[in-house]
Design a protein around this ligand. Structure first.
Ligand code: AMP
Ligand code: MG
Length: 354
């Protein structure tokens, strides 16, 4: 299949490219498109055969449900059964934006979209291209990240092209995304709301609107969760991962730097290719280090910059065929927590404390 990569010039208006993409969605085909979080791989969420194509293109396990993307609040009642008052408040405060809400589903949503669950994950993206595409398609668009399952999520159209070339008919290129990590997921389908995946919208912000909000035990720890049932099926898979072995180092700054330098010397002496993931504040300290790639992920004083570059940097490590990737860590509140959640999964929870 020929994959058409088209640049969107005027985002908000219904350019002919967006119309062409919407026609593909209506035909039950796949289109990759930009959102404010990461690029999505879209299909008609109400068409089971179309949703099945997403799993095939990504190589995604079929029990890992998809997020249904809407452009207008009126679409919520089409797909969600019960909508609690707190969920309405959360929608009004955070949509359109990087937040996914899980609610009881209506039967119009096929099992092929929800992995057989009786709930549906819903998000209203703020990206103008995403909104225009959903509106023009006249349906709800199921869209996971547009990467091969397990690989780092795509934050540019070029990343999507690397993974999806020959597998899908069209990619809409809206430039690099703004946020760079996936949406926060909050389960409001029963009882007290629970965060199943941390993201740009923090627990604190959500609880200011919805009262008590819990954090699922599977996402909070520094260790691989044991004996906890994954409520979001996606939580149980290795994710966001580069091909090399990623190792995170945490602790006092100078000790972290010297540990990473030491690990690099050892592994490169054994003939392996090594990458170092540093920050603007520390990158100078790796001067003279024998790593094949030394990259800053952004500034510690600006977690947004780290979120925005993380997946691109992991793909750079793949491109230079790193066997080992030694990275600094970012434990913290809010966005720092969401970043570490992705990095721990990418590193398969390989964390060294110094
Ligand atoms: P992705 O679209 O690749 O970012 O993954 C979507 C995430 O949402 C996965 O971790 C899914 O497990 C989760 N998810 C989607 N729908 C549901 C649902 N109905 N219940 C729980 N988690 C869900
Ligand atoms: Mg994904």
């Amino acid at each position: 299949m020929n994959t058409k990569l088209v640049k969107i010039q005027a985002a908000g208006d219904l350019s002919s490219q967006v119309k062409e993409a919407a026609a593909l969605i209506r035909e039950g085909r796949l289109v990759a498109f930009p959102t404010e979080t990461v690029y999505g791989l879209g299909a008609d969420a109400l068409n089971e055969e179309a949703a099945a194509k997403i799993y095939a293109a990504k190589g995604r396990p079929s029990d890992n449900p998809l997020i249904a993307h809407i452009w207008d609040l009126s679409q919520v009642n089409l797909i969600a059964g019960e909508v609690p008052d707190a969920a309405v408040k959360i929608m009004e405060r955070f949509w359109p934006g990087p937040l996914t809400i899980i609610l009881k589903k209506k039967s119009i949503v096929p099992d092929g979209t929800t992995g057989g669950l009786d709930t549906v994950a819903i998000r209203m993206p703020s990206h103008p291209v995403a909104a225009a595409l959903i509106r023009e398609s006249g349906t709800v668009i199921a869209a996971p990240s547009a990467n091969i399952s397990g690989r780092p999520s795509p934050t540019t159209a070029r990343h999507v092209y690397e993974d999806m070339k020959g597998r899908i008919p069209m990619i809409l290129d809206g430039g690099p995304v703004g946020i760079g990590i996936e949406s926060t997921i909050i389960d409001m389908s029963a009882g007290t709301p629970v965060i199943l995946r941390p993201g740009y919208i923090s627990l604190k912000e959500l609880s200011e609107v919805a009262g008590t909000v819990l954090s699922d035990p599977a996402i909070s720890g520094r260790k691989k969760p044991e004996n906890v049932v994954a409520k979001a099926p996606g939580m149980k898979y290795r994710h966001y991962a580069p091909r090399g072995q990623m190792i995170l180092v945490e602790g006092e700054k100078d000790r972290v730097i010297s540990k990473i330098r030491d690990l690099v010397s050892r592994k490169t002496a054994e003939g392996y290719r090594a990458a170092v993931l540093a920050t603007d504040e520390t990158i100078e300290a790796y001067h003279g280090c024998r790593a094949d790639l030394i990259k800053s992920m952004g500034s510690r004083s600006d977690p947004n910059s780290i979120a925005a570059s993380l997946y691109g940097v992991l793909r750079d490590c793949d491109a230079m065929k790193a066997d080992y990737i030694f990275s600094e860590s970012f434990f913290g509140e809010g966005l720092g927590d969401a970043i570490m959640n992705r990095m721990l999964k990418a590193a398969a929870y390989h964390l060294i404390s110094v």
